[in-house]
Design a protein around this ligand. Structure first.
Ligand code: AMP
Length: 282
């Protein structure tokens, strides 16, 4: 596996690969890999001739009071894991190379970024869309693999790719969980023991929602009420939002039909976790 640190070299590599007729799968990440990341990498490995992984803690997708500085980083561990999964390139650019001092362009995807995480993280999705567009331009992937764990991010990227007629297939992969159900996240490592225990209520509430949906409940309000009862028994959990939205527009629904996402975000101490359930109502 090659480690590439400059945009120039990455562009040269991808141009050459394309000229040689190779297909490129791409997995953008912020590092501190876990099995969720690895499942996207394996999918990329399976789909294309070459697998390129980017590792870049993107400053523009963090708000001023968020955890950019403390975001977990361990380059050597990530390098080994990417190599073991069979990646061809680990692309780890410098922020000063990605955003030179005269950088002026931002990509804003409108409607799908307004609800859910967009409410409490107003600059987040423009940071994500901008960096992903730049990475796509540098890496020129045929397929890019994203996790459904960050469901609003996946929908935002899909919207951007459609809107801008980009030549990349966006692939979503299911959320990988710890044995007890907690969604894997690089941020889980911040959790204190008691917070880790309380965090399980996020998964439990989604399981409750699933059970109700499977029994035929179609009133969003009733499902949300039962989910909130589960969090109320956990004083360490401070809910940011729990919502049920159309899976494509990400607008709230009252009456559930078609594809929906039950999405939530919560603070455990300073750590903000998200999780969701995608449900296809018949
Ligand atoms: P991050 O490094 O947190 O930016 O995540 C990089 C990619 O991994 C994104 O597409 C995430 O949605 C995906 N991802 C993060 N956690 C999980 C998980 N538990 N299961 C599947 N994919 C995940």
């Amino acid at each position: 596996m090659e480690v590439i640190k400059t945009i120039k070299e990455m562009k040269e590599f991808s141009s050459q690969a394309r000229r040689a007729g190779k297909t490129i799968a791409f997995v953008p990440t912020m590092g501190f890999f876990h099995d969720g990341h690895l499942s996207l990498m394996r999918e990329g490995r399976r789909r294309c001739d070459l697998l390129i992984i980017s590792l870049f803690v993107n400053p523009t997708q963090f708000g001023p009071n968020e955890d950019f500085k403390n975001y977990p980083r361990d380059f050597e561990r990530d390098r080994k894991m990417a190599e073991e999964v069979g990646a061809d390139v680990l692309f780890a650019p410098e922020a000063s190379d990605m955003y030179p001092s005269n950088h002026q362009t931002i990509v804003r995807v409108e409607k799908v970024t307004q609800n859910l995480c967009g409410r409490s993280r107003p600059v987040h999705f423009q940071g994500v869309a901008t960096v992903v567009l730049m990475l796509f331009e540098i890496v020129t992937p045929h397929a890019a693999i994203f996790g459904e764990k960050d469901y609003q991010q996946l929908v935002t990227i899909q919207q951007m790719v459609r809107d801008l007629h980009m030549r990349v297939e966006v692939v979503g992969m299911p959320t990988v969980r710890e044995e007890d159900g907690l969604a894997m996240s690089s941020r889980n490592r911040y959790l204190l023991l008691e917070e880790r225990k309380a965090a399980l209520s996020l998964y439990r509430s989604l399981q409750k929602a699933k059970e109700l949906l499977q029994k035929g409940e179609r009133k969003a309000e009733r499902i949300l009420h039962e989910m909130k009862e589960i969090f109320q028994s956990e004083p360490l959990v401070k809910i940011d939002y729990v919502q049920i939205c159309d899976a494509y527009s990400l607008q709230d629904v009252n009456q559930i039909e078609g594809d929906v996402v039950v999405a939530l975000a919560a603070y455990l101490g300073k750590t903000r976790l998200i999780d969701n359930l995608i449900f296809h109502a018949l």
